[in-house]
Write a protein that binds this ligand. Structure first.
Ligand code: NAP
Length: 240
């Protein structure tokens, strides 16, 4: 492995896995009070937009950046795609693949959280929201629905009038997901197309519960991408 200073934009399983494979500086946004810390050096907090990131890359003498942020962390990904060329630093986007529906699935693909909120009332009254605490506001006006929301941290207002919050962090087993859907008599599951662990989708399939699947924001044009941690390790390896 070449002796490079690699910055990993993290906050994901992939970011932590990459930090376990080679010495890197991991960056976290600092959103959660008890983050899962990757091994090795970690910095926490925003950079201050594109200009702040350019400054950081120069001052910290960064040789390469792997953007391993969550597929829905679009602002950070956009900033990295603009800052890295400005600082002359190579960038790779590491993105786990999205999910694909099986023939027996009933998925409604929508382009945004607002579009998800538009289709939910027609699909059922009892809604399981797994889109993260920052996404709940999009459903705040749906007084006709009851919501079960699961997130790592508590949601901030505005929230729906009829809301039960479960604070939990995955991974979740298929059996536990089925039990949760059954106990709360869930009619419809709302999720981002995050990719990765599929237990909630398998549970919805088994119980024939429709899924509202929010599509990923597009990736910046012209940036190389990797789908796995192995590919990202190889990309860094060929830089030296
Ligand atoms: P975002 O909307 O793309 O980013 C907003 C701002 O937060 C960025 O402009 C940047 O601030 C700061 N930021 C984001 N990721 C950062 C990182 N890894 N290191 C340093 N600063 C970062 O991001 P988000 O959706 O709020 O996600 C925040 C973090 O949570 C990310 O690390 C992401 O991987 C993780 N996460 C997000 C989701 C999700 O559904 N969005 C799910 C699981 C985990 P400055 O402009 O000041 O640099």
């Amino acid at each position: 492995m070449p002796d490079l200073r690699v910055l990993v934009l993290g906050g994901t399983t992939e970011g932590r896995a990459l930090a376990g494979r080679m010495p890197v500086i991991s960056s976290l946004a600092g959103r959660t009070s008890a983050p899962l810390l990757p091994p090795g050096e970690v910095r926490i907090g925003g950079f201050g937009g594109v200009d702040g990131l350019v400054r950081y890359l120069r001052e910290a003498l960064i040789d390469a950046v792997v953007d391993a942020t969550h597929p829905f962390a679009a602002a950070m990904t956009d900033h990295a795609a603009r800052a890295c060329p400005a600082a002359g630093v190579p960038l790779l986007v590491l993105r786990r693949p999205g999910w694909t529906a099986r023939p027996e699935d009933v998925w409604h693909r929508v382009p945004s959280l607002a579009a998800a909120a538009d289709v939910v009332p027609a699909l059922g009254e009892r809604v399981f929201l797994t889109t993260g605490r920052q996404s709940i506001a999009a459903f705040a006006a749906l007084d006709g629905c009851w919501f079960l929301s699961r997130s790592v941290g508590p949601p901030a207002p505005p929230v729906p009038r009829r809301l039960e919050v479960v604070l939990d962090r995955g991974p979740f087993s298929l059996e536990a997901e089925r039990e949760l859907l059954r106990t709360h008599r869930i009619d419809v599951l709302v999720t981002k197309d995050s990719g990765g662990a599929t237990a909630k989708l398998e549970a919805a399939r088994a119980l024939r519960i429709p899924v509202v699947m929010v599509d990923r924001p597009p990736l910046p044009a012209g940036v190389p991408t990797a789908a796995t941690v192995d590919e990202a390790v190889r990309w860094v390896g060929q830089l030296g």
